[in-house]
Structure formats: structure tokens, C-alpha cells
Design a binder for this molecule. Sequence first.
Ligand code: AMP
Length: 208
Amino acid sequence: ALPISQAVRLSKELSIPHISTGDLFRENISKDTELGKKAKSYTNEGKLVPDEIVLQMLFDRVSRPDAANGYLLDGFPRTIPQAEALDKQLGATKLIVLDLEVPDDTILKRALGRLTCGSCGEMFNHHFSPPKKEGICDKCRGELKKRADDTLEVIQERLRVYHEQTKPLESFYEKKGLLHRVDGTQSPDLVYQSLLEKLKPENQKRGG
Ligand code: AMP
């Protein structure tokens, strides 16, 4: 999965919408929609929301006009059936898969320190990039929040679920010649440059 700041930055550069299934669930949960009610028990426990629910939400979103010329998916697909459904939906449309590799202990530390501005979405990290004033966004003075699912117990469960259900996607996409690995432990700017590099047409492993 892409850390949201990298995904947002890339989507701006490419002028395509950033579509994060996690963000879509959080929006629905905060608005207490039917979808939010269904998703909440899963996201709160670090479990995956059932494929049917994720797929319906995702395909509704990508069928909107702003996604007609491409989109950046963040946090999707997370299971083999999701990837198969995406394949079907895309048909001959080109897919580029970016896999940001970060060891579990680093992910755990990043997620535990993660702070997001409730107003502008800017991200900070208690350990790595703290805000100038605790709890306040440097950019817009908004209030910084922790995600409800960024507790030790839930992060550990998300990692367990990742290894069980999402990790198999690596070989799924590798076999198709679509997988690009990027070292996610580099500095954010280097990660970003590596991601851009992978997107250059001459670096595509398979035409489309
Ligand atoms: P994220 O913001 O990507 O970390 O996602 C937060 C939570 O939303 C996850 O822990 C899951 O409960 C749920 N979620 C997000 N994307 C998916 C997906 N593709 N499949 C199933 N559940 C998802």
C-alpha cells in the first residue's frame, strides 16, 4: 500500500484522482452511512472488509467521470478475488502495480506515530516528522488526529492479515509482469522519485 502522502503527491503530478478504499470507508464511517455501518466492525478490528462490499464501492467510484482518464488506487486490491475482479473490470486497460516494500517493524512504528490533519489532510508523524506545535497542523492550524485503527493491537492484526491475504498479490502480479518494487524505507523524496521512475513509459515491463 502507498502511504497516503506519496499517493496524493503522485495523483496530483499525474492529474488523476487518488482513490483510497480506506479513505472511502473512513468517510462513510464518519457520515454514518449504511456502507459505513457495514464496514466499521471490520476496519476497527484490522480485518478486511468483505470483497463484495469493497468491490461495489470501488467500481461505483471508478465509474465517475473524473476517473475516465485513469486513477491511482491506494489500498486496493488487497485480496486475490479483488485483483481478479479488477482485471475483469479493466479489460485491456493498462495497469501498473507499485509495491512499496517496508519491513513490518517500520510499518508498525510509522502507523503508531501517524497523525493526520482533520481539516486539510496533511500528514505528520510523532516519531519522524512531528508538527511544530503538538496536535496542531503546521499548514492550516487544523486539529491533528490519530486514526481509530492505529493502536498497537489493531496494527498488528492488519499486518497479520496483510501477510495472509494481501502478500500473495506480489506473485500474482509478478507472474503477469506488472509488478514494480520500490524500497519504501528511503527518504520520502527518494521514494517519490523511484515511484516516478517506474511510471516512465520506457520502464514499463509490458506494453498496453
Ligand atoms: P487503509 O486506510 O488502506 O489502511 O484501510 C483501512 C481499513 O479499511 C483496512 O484495515 C480495512 O479494514 C479496510 N480496507 C481498505 N481497503 C480495503 C480493501 N481493498 N479490502 C478490504 N478492506 C479494506
